[in-house]
Design a binder for this molecule. Structure first.
Ligand code: SF4
Length: 477
């Protein structure tokens, strides 16, 4: 319409204005109000390393000391809700919560407690975050009311599915993004067994996690790894970190997934977990268990300085190809060579080898002797793990007699060679009652969870130094 009032001679002078108006009109008609008002995505605070947290707050003109205060609140005090961070003014708390970060932890589907006090939580990773300060020892998880502005609480679309939805662990377990995290007590302290992936791509034949649908498979973010540890400490009343005795004193990366296939986020998580002015967990108290991603083993030792555990389970490639298929890519010789070179593998340090005892498959006395010979150059702790069968698994559990004979043969063979350092532990799995529920309902490999409880006894208790100075052959069943 405007152009009809313009003379032909002056049209060229109006052309840029007309063009700009037309573009503006077109773009405003295309943009929906909802999209235009969409707030910029905010990072989840637990997904950030400390330097990233500082940088993020500087983007909002906040001094680094503010980031250090926030770091202390979330990791030393265990405070999840920014509105409870009382060293910040109310306007700053508002900015933190509404402009700068997302806060809150994944909600717990159902806490389980074993007869022997082993605890297990299924965490739902669907974007719903909760403020769990109300959770204390033995108190049930209570979902916070949904706050749409802060994105906190149980999402209404899930609430609409009815209160019965999460009563069934089975239905929850089928949904992508449900992981488990386990606390294994020892005396007044204990170990957190953390997951690194939803599902696992490696398909070890004795492990039910590997049988999960590929559609559900994904890496956990570093925040999702750290959040498991925080959730455990909050549930157990293990904050603030200045308490003289930690309840959750160690970590084993031995839950769902292969940690070295999520190396970047594992690295970031270890950085957060071991941050001196945060959770301050010694890296010597973190064990990473791998099924044998050889190229990353030595690198992990250099990068992270954590302890190494290896799922071995067989003494020859033919059988290990079947039990742990990644062996076809990285056979036993390559794997043990990487273990020999592992940087913390000094005379006083041991690599842990997990060996699931499968009836009539890998539990003969001759295999025990071969195992001792294979491990001769490596100071080792061998964890023998009686298999805990799950429905449909093709394996059975070795008899007590077979396990005892295997242990004796390992001990005998290693004692023939002066200087061989090999310790043997056999641990019937703890938390078997809830692990069984886990194996059936969350697609979790029971045997794999048992590995963690078997390993717990090799870890230093709170207040103890990591084991040092052991020498000579020793065995204990
Ligand atoms: S044992 Fe570990 S690596 Fe193997 S399928 Fe299970 S979770 Fe994956």
């Amino acid at each position: 319409m405007l152009s009809s009032h313009v003379s032909r001679g002056s049209a060229h002078r109006w052309a840029p204005l007309l063009s700009a108006l037309a573009r503006r009109s077109l773009s405003s008609s295309l943009a929906s109000p909802a999209v235009a008002e969409q707030p910029a995505p905010r990072p989840w605070v637990y997904d950030m390393t400390k330097s990233e947290l500082i940088a993020r707050m500087q983007e909002f003109d906040l001094e680094p000391y503010r980031a250090r205060q926030l770091w202390s609140w979330i990791y030393q005090q265990g405070v999840v809700d920014p509105y409870k961070m009382t060293t910040f003014s109310l306007p700053l708390r508002e900015r933190l919560a509404r402009e700068i970060f997302q806060f809150g932890l994944p909600s717990v589907v159902d806490p389980l407690r074993s007869d022997d006090d082993t605890r297990k939580w299924l965490l739902r990773l669907d974007g719903s975050l909760v403020m769990p300060e109300s959770i204390g020892p033995d108190r049930p998880c209570v979902h916070a009311p949904f706050d749409p502005e802060r994105g906190i609480g149980l999402r209404p679309d899930l609430q609409d599915e009815g209160p019965g939805m999460w009563k069934s662990l089975a239905s929850a377990a089928k949904k992508p993004g449900v992981i488990e995290t386990v606390f294994i007590p020892r005396g007044s302290t204990g170990t957190a067994c953390l997951s690194s992936q939803v599902g696992c791509s490696l398909q070890c034949s004795f492990c039910r996690t590997g049988a999960m649908s590929k559609a559900a498979l994904r890496n956990l973010s570093s925040g999702e790894i750290v959040a498991q540890f925080l959730s455990q400490r909050l549930a157990l009343g293990d904050f603030p970190s200045s308490r003289p005795e930690r309840i959750v004193s160690n970590i084993v990366m031995m839950g769902m997934g292969e940690p070295l296939l999520n190396y970047r986020n594992l690295t970031r998580a270890v950085e957060v977990l071991s941050s001196e002015d945060g959770l301050a967990l010694s890296r010597r108290r973190i064990i990473v268990s791998t099924s044998g991603i050889v190229p990353l083993i030595e690198r992990m030792g250099h990068d992270l300085g954590v302890e190494l555990a290896v799922s071995l389970h067989a003494v020859n490639d033919r059988l290990r190809d079947e039990l742990v298929p990644i062996n076809k890519q990285y056979p036993i010789e390559m794997l043990l060579d990487a273990c020999r070179k592992y940087p913390t593998n000094k005379p006083a340090k041991k690599v842990t080898f997990e060996y699931v005892m499968l009836k009539g498959v890998n539990d003969s006395v001759e295999e025990a002797r071969q195992l001792a010979r294979l491990l001769r150059p490596i100071p080792s702790l061998v964890n023998l793990i009686p298999f805990n069968p799950w429905e449909g698994s093709p394996y059975g559990t070795s008899t007590v007699e077979a396990i005892e004979a295997f242990t004796a043969a390992l001990h005998d063979e290693s004692s023939r060679h002066r200087g061989q350092i090999i310790h043997v532990t056999v641990r019937w799995p703890r938390g078997r009652d809830i692990m069984a529920a886990c194996g059936q309902l969350a697609n979790k490999g029971v045997a794999q969870a048992s590995r963690a409880s078997a390993l717990v006894d090799s870890l230093p208790a709170a207040g103890e130094s990591p084991p040092v100075g052991e020498s000579g052959a020793a065995a204990q069943a």
